[in-house]
Design a protein around this ligand. Sequence first.
Ligand code: ADP
Length: 139
Amino acid sequence: MDRTLILLKPDSIKGKFCGKVISRFEEAGFLIRGCKMMKLDAKILREHYAHVADKPFYPEIEKFMSSTPVLAMVIEAENAVDKVRDMLGVTDSKKAAAGTLRAMFGTDVMVNVAHASDSKETAAKEVVRFFKKEELFEY
Ligand code: ADP
């Protein structure tokens, strides 16, 4: 079983479709191990988006990602990282395959429903970045 970090972005919060996205994960067999609402500050966003922090569009990402709290989750399944990324679709919502969450709910390349870890190694780092040990549950 693998774990992956999800951030339901401000468009999911403002659009009130967090529940629909979470339902899709549950229907696909994922277990929720942790879940909380968080307001992301510039420091954590810069760390989380270090791979795009030098891009000209980064200030827009920071503004967008801090425009409402996000819903942070750790979910678990076999092959969790690839499974979630397949369910989400490619970064640009307009190019995402039919039936993916970004095709259904996303707006564009920045406003795209959710973040999901892109590898097992990244997932391990991101889970620790957003969750304390006692915020994750075995049951
Ligand atoms: P993903 O979230 O699909 O793993 P990336 O890691 O490449 O995508 O980018 C991180 C986030 O930065 C994206 O989810 C999106 O919100 C934003 N982003 C990526 N590329 C662009 C772009 N060209 N313009 C605006 N925002 C972008």
